[in-house]
Design a binder for this molecule. Structure first.
Ligand code: IMP
Ligand code: MG
Length: 192
């Protein structure tokens, strides 16, 4: 599985395994969006997407939230270029909206060890918002090391797989797959 597609070959031909289709993801967003709409009625909601992984999920989700909300993004990273977390979280791009006394919904692509989530919760709390809740497209609870990191809204729970597609990357690749897939050990070997 080299980097360059051969003539006539699509990304789907290369990856093939679909865990969730675009329609499945839309359904997740619709279900959670309805719930969030109910839960935040009459509140001042700021939805903060975690770059880069959550950009497509964020775009889908907010279209299903029927509230007068504000949108912002923050870029944090705990991953190097491999498939395991470095454990050290860095803010690479800060939020630009004032969140003091606002209700915050932090939108994640996937919660794995929970390191990023725990760090971000603390980071946002220091700015004294009214509340902070987490909405993640995928949850991978089998690898959780941060016991306090619980997403409040979860699209789907996945097994211990390395997920790619719909925003999620392997070394910055595959974010543009319009579905959720995963890489096997054998795929990773072939990619080296
Ligand atoms: P955590 O800090 O270990 O919970 O990891 C959080 C971040 O690591 C996520 O926001 C993702 O960007 C990335 N990540 C975790 N698991 C995966 C995966 O299976 N595929 C791609 N990225 C992942
Ligand atoms: Mg990532």
């Amino acid at each position: 599985m080299g980097r360059i597609l051969r003539r006539g070959e699509t990304m789907a031909d290369k990856i093939g395994k679909i865990l969730y289709t675009k329609k499945d993801i839309r359904d997740m967003a619709e279900r959670l969006g309805k719930q969030i709409t109910k839960d935040y009625e009459g509140k001042e909601l700021v939805v903060i997407g975690m770059l880069k992984g959550a950009f497509l999920w964020m775009a889908e989700l907010i279209q299903h939230i029927d509230l007068d909300l504000k949108v912002d993004f923050v870029a944090a990273s705990s991953y190097g270029s491999g498939t395991t977390s470095s454990g050290v979280v860095k803010i690479k791009q800060d939020i630009s909206v004032n969140i003091y006394k606002k209700d915050i919904l932090l939108v994640e692509d996937i919660v794995d060890t929970g390191t990023t989530l725990a760090y971000m919760q603390q980071y946002l709390q220091e700015r004294s918002p009214a509340s902070v809740k987490i909405c993640t497209m995928l949850d991978k609870p089998s690898r959780r090391t941060e016991k306090g990191a619980h997403p409040d809204y979860i699209g789907e729970t996945v097994d211990d797989l390395f997920i790619i597609g719909y925003g999620l990357d392997y070394d910055e690749r595959y974010r543009n797959l319009p579905y959720i897939s995963y890489l096997d050990e054998s795929d990773v070997d072939k990619l080296k």
